[in-house]
Design a protein around this ligand. Sequence first.
Ligand code: ADP
Length: 319
Amino acid sequence: MRNIAILCSGGDVSGMNPALKHFVEYALQKGLTPFFIYDGYEGLIDNNIKKVSYCDVAGIITRGGTKIGSARSKRFTQKQYRIIAKQNLDALGIEMLVVLGGDGSFRGLDIFYKETSIKFCGIPATIDNDINGTDYSLGVDTALNIIKTSIDAIRDTASSFKRAFVIETMGRNCGYLALVSHLTSGSELCLIPEREYDLKSYEESFKEQIKNGRRYFIAIVSEGIKQDSSEIAEWFEERIGMESRVSILGHVQRGGNPTIYDRLMAYKFVTHAVNGLLQGKDESVICYTKSGFEFKSIEEVTSKTKELDTELLSYLDNQ
Ligand code: ADP
């Protein structure tokens, strides 16, 4: 029997648990012995590794987060600890590794591969959707649905009280979550790091809209823009003349019941990752693009900053 292990590294996302469930079931179906590595690269160093079977993944498909934990590991950036990590894998006869994580995790994995030749496949997982080379990363759809529910709820109170709401989404330097949420929730303003903006240019139109009966504004801003959300709220009060509130959605965006899309993508990503490893793809990331699933090198995925989809940006530019 050949041994294969999975771990989650970096920020957790909803969709990791469905991926773990399918990983165990698919590995067993393929005649492999599946292992869980707990708490990311920390567990790899501490030998927190366990052989698993069907009962270990029973009932987890509906849950956000990850049953096996995720972590950032300072120690893994040091060679002495990566040597220990490899010794732990060797002692258990684990020759293949699936890693759910972001580009930081893949960078670490690349160094680990160069030192040890451990075969691996990375699965992009981050709600920010900022990994180069893949149009989709696991967890994005669930995060968007959580944001949608939050905006819909805020709209109710905004309209009742004649208020402007500035809703801040995650995304680090990538405005994907904010932009898609803006296009799909009919908000009045969207500010993202990819586009310069001048609040002055909205003043006349917004004041005119109030005169014509508008009772509220929803502004969706990405956490990566240069101003604080509170400054945008102040602008609404001082320049537009409407009472305003800030709502920073924060970590609620990372949790929640995984959507159908994320469950299906988890299933597909894992299937491709395991198949790729069995077919001799020794050091790749499984990406999803307009042409379907493709294996890409770590270099390709980590060397460039992802650019936001030009079609989505054009919708914003033409508003
Ligand atoms: P993400 O995978 O979400 O981008 P991080 O950037 O925090 O998250 O990376 C996750 C972990 O990957 C780090 O805590 C570290 O253990 C490992 N890692 C990242 N870069 C390197 C590196 N250059 N060398 C070794 N390990 C790294």
